[in-house]
Design a binder for this molecule. Structure first.
Ligand code: B12
Ligand code: SF4
Ligand code: SF4
Length: 337
């Protein structure tokens, strides 16, 4: 085993790949998406920040190579499913990526992991400079993952890996040296394994997936409504056909045969695992996933914005603020009227 593989094994990283080309292969695809206006309210993706995504060098001039990592949370998806199907669930759902990293915002949890990993790479390459990418940098991360051999662009626009499905977060380290020649595992770009399947398209409640471009119409997506909108806003048409999503949405992943296969083939969920999930995410379960909807809304209405920020600190749901979360919850209250 070479040094790079040894470091990755030490950090329990199983799915990864290395890329040395800074150019995004699907940038034209991205530009067309913006031109159609399919990014909707996600204005931060257009203009200069959008254009930067053409090449990683626009973000990090000294870029020579990237180590791209898939942080798998598929086990959480199976355990949370068991909870949602149990008597204890109040019928509301929070996306699995939120629960998958101990309830901590993955931007914090995985950034720490990437920083620890970078320390070991610094020992191996003392003169190298290392930066990271984790969602918020102007980088087309799915494109990067596709080029690193981590999977194909599914019709739901997720990167899907044949072995682990699509329940993973992408993170990357960028190096000022080309480390690709030190890697035993060479990336081979995965072919499309969606075939004739259209499950994600057919079962998305809000018809947010554009069949022809395999991209989302962002304003129609429950994920945009529930994560990205912080004030009163109209819910996307069809959201009432969903499953009680109050933060993020996993429907187009849960119905995907590649994820179903991963879930089916893994061990049965134990009662202890559900308890463990609850404990790790205690704030989220206590606030949102067990009480009656009206009780939750009353609790949030009695809080100040500051108090909401304090209680949800470090968790992903802090993002919407109290008002944004109340908007998500009240959608379901209005449905009952
Ligand atoms: C904006 C954004 C969103 C938006 C828009 C999502 C979208 N599909 O465009 C919203 C808020 C809706 C969202 C939702 C979610 N997101 Co998001 N999001 C992003 C972000 C910041 C940018 C994505 C973007 O640029 N979209 C624009 C489209 C056009 O680009 P794209 O998604 O990269 O898609 C490429 C492919 O579609 C490709 N392509 C597809 N078909 C074809 C065919 C050809 C021929 C070619 C050339 C190219 C091509 O071209 C596109 C451009 O590269 C990325 C992080 C990042 N920096 O990249 C995370 C990211 C994509 N999100 C992620 C996650 C986990 C989610 C959610 C699952 C969260 C949740 N549970 O609610 C959902 C999934 C919804 C979905 N089905 O996509 C992960 C995805 C990991 C993975 N396995 O793919 C990312 C990578 C964050 C991360 N670091 O892990 N997200
Ligand atoms: S995340 Fe939900 S709303 Fe968005 S495309 Fe997927 S199924 Fe549709
Ligand atoms: S549900 Fe079917 S079409 Fe959609 S991403 Fe999965 S395999 Fe592809």
């Amino acid at each position: 085993m070479n040094e790079i593989s040894r470091i990755l094994r030490k950090h329990q990283i199983k799915k990864w790949g290395v890329v040395n080309d800074p150019l995004a292969h699907s940038y034209e695809h991205y530009k067309k998406w913006l031109e159609r206006g399919d990014h909707g309210v996600l204005k931060y993706l257009e203009g200069e920040r959008g254009e930067k995504r053409e090449s990683i060098k626009n973000y990090y001039e000294d870029f020579r190579s990237a180590l791209v990592i898939a942080y798998d949370y598929s086990r959480t998806s199976k355990v949370s499913q068991a909870f949602y199907e149990s008597e204890a669930s109040n019928g509301l759902r929070i996306a699995n990526y939120v629960l998958g990293f101990k309830g901590r915002d993955y931007h914090f949890e995985l950034r720490e992991k990437l920083e620890e990993l970078a320390k070991d790479f610094k020992e191996l390459y003392p003169n190298v400079e290392i930066k990271h990418s984790l969602d918020t940098q102007p980088v087309l991360e799915r494109d990067l993952a596709m080029r690193a051999g981590l999977g194909w662009f599914g019709k739901n626009s997720m990167i899907i890996n044949k072995e682990i499905g699509s329940y993973f977060i992408l993170g990357a380290l960028f190096f000022s040296e080309d480390i690709s020649s030190d890697v035993e595992q060479k990336p081979s770009v995965e072919v499309d394994h969606c075939g004739n399947c259209t499950k994600c398209i057919d079962l998305c409640p809000t018809e947010a997936i554009d069949v022809n471009s395999r991209t989302l119409i962002a304003d129609k997506c429950i994920s945009t409504f529930s994560i990205e909108l912080f004030k009163e806003a109209a819910a996307p048409e069809g959201m009432e056909k969903g499953r009680g999503e109050i933060y993020g949405c996993d429907i187009c992943q849960d119905v995907c045969p590649w994820n179903k296969r991963v879930i089916r083939q893994s061990d049965d969920v134990t009662v202890e695992e559900i308890e463990d999930l609850k404990q790790r995410n205690q704030i989220l379960f206590d606030l949102f996933l067990t009480d009656d909807l009206a009780v939750i809304i009353n609790k949030l209405e009695a809080m100040s914005n500051r108090e909401y920020r304090r209680v949800t600190k470090d968790t992903p749901v802090a993002r919407t603020g109290r008002v944004g979360m109340l908007k998500n919850l009240k959608f379901y209250l209005d449905l009952k009227k």
